[in-house]
Design a binder for this molecule. Sequence first.
Ligand SMILES: Nc1ncnc2c1ncn2[C@@H]1O[C@H](COP(=O)(O)OP(=O)(O)OP(=O)(O)O)[C@@H](O)[C@H]1O
Length: 485
Amino acid sequence: MTANSSEPPSRTEATTRADDSPLVSVQNLEKYFFENDSLLDRLLGSDPVAVRAVDGVSFDVYRGETLGLVGESGCGKSTTGETLLRLQEPTGGRVEFDGRNIYDLGRSKLNAFRRDAQVVFQDPFSSLDPRMTVGSIVTQPLEIHDVGTKADREDRARDLLERVGLSADQLDRYPHEFSGGQRQRIGIARALALEPEFLVLDEPTSALDVSVQAQVLNLLDDLQDEFDLTYLLISHDLSVIRHVCDRVAVMYLGELAEVGPVETLFEDPKHPYTRALLESVPRASTDERDRDRETLSGDVPSPRDPPSGCRFRTRCPQVIPPADVEDELEQSTYRQIMNLRERIEAREITLEEVGVEGSGRSENDAGEATLAVGEDGLDESEIPAFVETMKDRLLADELPAGHDEIVTDALAELARRNWDGAADRLREEYESVCERVDPALEESGDARESGYRRRHPVACHLYGVGADPTSETQIPSPSSNADAE
Ligand SMILES: Nc1ncnc2c1ncn2[C@@H]1O[C@H](COP(=O)(O)OP(=O)(O)OP(=O)(O)O)[C@@H](O)[C@H]1O
């Protein structure tokens, strides 16, 4: 495939060139940013808040392959890339490059690592210094690492410019004289100057016009063959990932949800998050677009206070109910009860604001008559009206009798200002394994023994791994859950 082809490269050839030892091995990597951690904050006694951008991520990148790292904005992809290049120091974990922990390297080994592992950033407009000529930009890494004479370095820059599809006589020009695609080629030439083995490509085409994207991806593919490069490609664009990667790691809120060969992952995604991501790719027809919005609703929760258990559970369309509830409630009804409990736990419902039609009292902002709230909550005589109003407002579905009773009990506790009692009542009946146990990224059975090209681990209780062994909750098989979709 040539760099000028309008089609992105095929993966078939690339898959065959990868060999069987990891060049990069990321083990339980953590990167937390701490807010409220300045001297002044400490003097004021503010507690530092951890932003858990990367929270225990493990994966390998094998020689010669392209591993994609995909996920929504803010899920920790760039921080992972920067931390494994040691552009940021980790909070925990280790990264082995060619068998050596990069966080333990002495100065000379660290210098060698910095030559071997390079990065291409998303934005060629801001990643190139506008005051430097293209020649200085490309030769700068060689100068920093004291490689060759000035003449050698310029020769190398000329060769590299030609290799990335520019002309050697453009050495004295400045970045603003080039188009976006050409600037990204300059960024790639700079990344290649020190003959690295490994490149982190952080959204390398997302700032470029669609027409130029395929050309840059083709160039990267050709360079990978020519220079035996190994890539970690960070992208939120699933079509780029599909066309360019051999394997894909799906990231959600600082953790990995699923890792697998690219075709398997697109044809047979297992994690509900991966499925939702694939479903949310824009479709042509209006019907399909409407369906998409339902599929991945809401925003990624804050990494300052991620949900307990499985981090995707607050948006997951397949949260696992306790076994005795599973057959009695639809997923959407179960989700409404979960949401009700979350609102109670967050104390988002204020008794004073709740109005009841026709109770003949003073009115709230919505023009409804409000209930009289005392120190111990509502008067017992008013609790039934409160409970019915809350059910109407917060639950779209009618509940089967037994469940109606439980929710009624919980809301009555809420009316008495017993927030914890209300939440506990719902928790004891409806708590999901998904909120109790963070599922490990594992695969079971024979697949564990297969080569890395076929491995397809997933961090989801639907697949029966990572579940709490002491739990009495019966975890349904993926096939039984698929029926519910
Ligand atoms: N220096 C920092 N201080 C505090 N929080 C940070 C810092 N850098 C990143 N974060 C937070 O860490 C989380 C992960 O950010 P990151 O940029 O790695 O995500 P991403 O998946 O690459 O998203 P995007 O594609 O938008 O860059 C985000 O919530 C982000 O706000």
